[in-house]
Design a binder for this molecule. Structure first.
Ligand SMILES: *Cc1c(COP(=O)(O)O)cnc(C)c1O
Length: 216
């Protein structure tokens, strides 16, 4: 996998140092994350709050960077902020308020605005037309640092075209949030297209961990 990413980076004429590979470990046991850490993995991604919270507590000694990539319920937002160093799934105005730092010692959390590239609201993400307003809101919120945009390519169609659309949205958003230049795009099946379109964060699950255990 490492070689595949390195090839995609070289092909795109990019610097490997610009790209963070987040290993998505949802549904896998904490013991697997411990093994990955021993192999040098530093960034892990989880999509279900209870599971992520438990693993982050159990593995606190590893000093991993925890990325939260799943949909966030408003009433759980404070708890997610407690352990998630990077939040990839900020997708609505009410969530920005819920993720605000309430006291002065609360850590600043990096975040991405997730944009929905489909017509299906159940897939999560803000409408492309709402991104700029949301970005302005994040910039005005204590305790949040806006890194950029996150998206999942739709099941249908060319991933590269979808990622190019995210890149265009990012350029537009930079008119209101000039520092928010990063892109969390690309998964096991489409990472090469994502690297070609400027990904700074790849979220790779099955290509590294193998098939996920069954879940209910
Ligand atoms: C599960 C998941 C991934 C990883 O998917 P793979 O196809 O296993 O690489 C990436 N992003 C999100 C939002 C996910 O839920």
């Amino acid at each position: 996998m490492r070689a595949g990413i390195a090839d995609a980076v070289r092909l795109a004429g990019r610097d490997p140092g610009e790209i963070t590979t987040v290993v998505v470990t949802k549904f896998h046991p904490a013991s697997l994350i411990r093994e990955l850490a021993a192999l040098g993995v530093t960034d892990v991604g989880e999509s279900r709050h209870q599971e992520a919270q438990g693993k982050a507590a159990e593995l606190a000694d590893l000093n991993l960077t925890w990325h939260f990539i799943g949909q966030i319920q408003g009433k759980k937002a404070r708890q997610v902020r407690a352990y998630a160093d990077v939040i990839h799934s900020l997708d609505r105005a009410s969530l920005v308020g819920a993720l605000e730092a309430v006291d002065a010692d609360a850590p600043v959390r990096d975040c991405f605005i997730q944009v929905n590239l489909t017509d299906d609201p159940a897939r999560g993400g803000a409408l492309p037309g709402d991104v700029d307003t949301l970005a302005e809101q994040v910039l005005g919120t204590p305790g949040l640092c806006l890194l950029g945009l996150m998206a999942v390519a739709p099941r249908e169609g060319e991933p590269r075209r979808a990622f190019a659309a995210v890149r265009d949205l990012s350029v537009r958003m930079q008119a209101v949030a000039p520092a928010a230049t990063q892109l969390s795009i690309g998964m096991s099946q489409d990472y090469a297209a994502a690297v070609a379109e400027g990904a700074t964060h790849l979220r790779i699950g099955t290509a590294i961990t193998g098939i996920r255990p069954l879940h209910g």
